[in-house]
Design a binder for this molecule. Structure first.
Ligand code: NAD
Length: 522
């Protein structure tokens, strides 16, 4: 009740304001996708309209409330309360306490917990894949495939939990044993990008856990619902095993929380996946405190097609690598070098194939290309096309935004640019492919290597000598060097990562586990 002394007209005005604000809130509530019957499956992941974005054994979130939007229609899905810096600090303390427990669990038993996490993810693979598709915008098979990658790395890590260790070396001292022992680093801060909101965390989390580390995750703010849903699945496993939840902590947030992780001496390893620009800032901060980091940054990946290649392989491979995930993979093919003798033929075949790509809602089974993640991504796409035109490029197909709700653009092919044009050397996170003619092998290899980034690369050829030159010291300088397959995609068994401005880190298989441990020689 308003005091009677309050002037009547002001009372009416105020009541109207309160009423309209209530209406707005009600409208906002009912317009959330989570309230629509069609999206009731979100509740299977424990999500509600307002979700806590902090987990350290208990759930919280006293920071900014962030709404997650669906890139296919820009409608709000649900909200997540982000972490404050105070909550971040509280979480680090709890994670460090949890490490005291976790480090004492024998490695194969840690593997057993990771096996249970993998099984829990298997049970939710479809519903979690749908959430990835809804919130990130990638097509459903890719969303489900991403959860599968987490499941696979769990399987891999379970086996690894029984074999990680160092050698016993011959000692020059009589009666002495020379042993290398690996111990966990402690707390791993994991900062991830929007485009792989499940798999990248999974790659880090499964390996870090079997190594005896605890994890603190900060995903991209635009995919906070996925971070919360994944953490709920893991938290249940930890709880069922009477283990502290802070072993797998979560602090949703933006640059403020990422920056806190980078600067924090309590974080023993910072694993950062994201753009080269932000990665550099993070790396410098970590370096300043002599911390450890593992960087997985931007790529600018090329495919080279020689005149002797099996040309039937080329069109589907390039299409998959350049258009898949709407050009938003770190391994997306952005540059295509074609031998001059086959250039026109391949450009024509690719244009035909591009015209048949079904663009639409990512969860529809016949869609091949979904939307870009945000409205800003669409702006970046348009500005790259304009810059490429200014630098002499011609649009062969695509080049425009699609007139419908959501962040849809046409997959684009451009020709006529010089191999060293500024735009060709830039990673634009969108489906734009620059096609460039070459004459000689030496020229094509040099162009592959001349960009700052060094993530993925492919050649298409049947010439064995050339394949070995490509794989050898004067061949591709990238972390992923492919032959007769496209640039995108990765297998968890091999080490994944890239050189130069891609950061030099290696995640996933092979001996990547060594990043998550410290070595002592005795
Ligand atoms: P981004 O660099 O904008 O953000 C990545 C993460 O960093 C997010 O969680 C973000 O909130 C956080 N962040 C932002 N500012 C920060 C700061 N000042 N300090 C600490 N953290 C901060 O990247 P993005 O747009 O989310 O992802 C796309 C980029 O990620 C592309 O460049 C892509 O190539 C790269 N990527 C690389 C790999 C790889 O394995 N090499 C994998 C996936 C994505």
């Amino acid at each position: 009740m308003l005091p009677l002394t309050f002037p009547l007209h002001r009372q009416i005005l105020l009541k109207r304001r309160i009423w309209s604000s209530c209406c707005r809130r009600l409208a906002a509530m009912s317009s959330l996708l989570i309230h629509q019957p069609h999206y009731s499956w979100l509740k299977e992941l424990g999500l509600t309209e307002d979700n806590d974005g902090v987990y350290n054994g208990t759930w919280g979130g006293r920071g900014e409330v962030v709404t997650s939007y669906c890139p296919a229609n820009n409608l709000p899905i649900a909200r997540v309360r982000q972490a404050t810096l105070e909550e971040y600090n509280e979480t680090v303390i709890k994670a460090k306490e949890a490490w005291q427990v976790w480090a004492d669990v024998p490695a194969p038993k840690r593997g057993e917990i990771v096996r249970q996490i993998g099984d829990a993810l298997r049970k939710k693979i479809s519903v979690l894949g749908h959430l990835v598709s809804l919130e990130m915008g990638k097509i459903l098979v890719e969303g489900v495939g991403e959860v599968q990658e987490y499941v696979d790395i769990c399987d891999y890590a379970v086996g690894l939990s029984r074999i990680v260790g160092g050698p016993i070396l011959p000692s020059e001292r009589p009666g002495h044993a020379l042993i290398e022992q690996w111990n966990p680093v402690g707390l791993v801060g994991i900062i991830t990008a929007f485009n792989f909101p499940v798999a990248v965390y999974g790659w880090n989390n499964a390996l870090a856990l079997i190594c005896g580390d605890v994890c603190l995750w900060k995903g991209a703010p635009t995919t906070s619902l996925t971070s919360v849903a994944v953490t709920k699945i893991i938290a249940q496993v930890l709880e069922d095993n009477n283990l502290p939840g802070a072993i797998c902590s979560l602090t949703c947030g933006g640059a403020d929380i990422g920056n806190a992780i980078a600067k924090d001496e309590s974080v023993d390893l910072v694993s950062f996946t994201g753009s080269t620009n932000v990665g550099k800032q993070v790396a410098l901060k970590v370096q300043e405190r002599f911390g450890r980091n593992l960087l997985e940054l931007g790529g600018n990946n090329a495919i080279i097609v020689f005149e002797d290649a099996d040309l039937n392989l080329v069109t589907p491979s390039v299409l998959f690598a350049a258009v898949g995930t709407a050009g938003q993979r770190c391994t997306t093919a952005r540059r295509l070098f074609l031998h001059e003798s086959i250039h026109d033929d391949i450009v024509q075949k690719l244009s035909k194939a591009y015209a048949q790509v079904r663009i639409g809602d990512p969860w529809e089974s016949d869609t091949l290309c979904g939307p870009l993640h945000t409205k800003q991504s669409v702006e970046m796409f348009l500005s790259a096309i304009e810059q490429a035109k200014c630098e002499g490029g011609t649009v062969v197909c695509g080049g425009k935004i699609i007139d419908r709700s959501g962040n849809f653009v046409e997959p684009t092919i451009m020709t006529g640019l010089a191999h060293d044009s500024p735009i060709v050397h830039k990673e634009t996170f969108a489906p734009i492919l620059y096609i460039i003619k070459f004459k000689t092998e030496a020229e094509a290899f040099a162009w592959n290597n001349e960009v700052k980034q060094g993530l993925s690369s492919s050649i298409f050829t049947k010439d064995l000598g050339r394949i070995f030159r490509w794989l050898g010291p004067k061949g591709s300088d990238c972390g992923i060097v492919n032959v007769n397959i496209p640039t995108s995609g990765a297998e968890i068994g091999g080490a994944f990562g890239g050189e130069k401005h891609t950061g030099g880190g290696r995640e996933s298989g092979s001996d990547s586990w060594k990043h998550y441990m410290r070595r002592s020689t005795w």
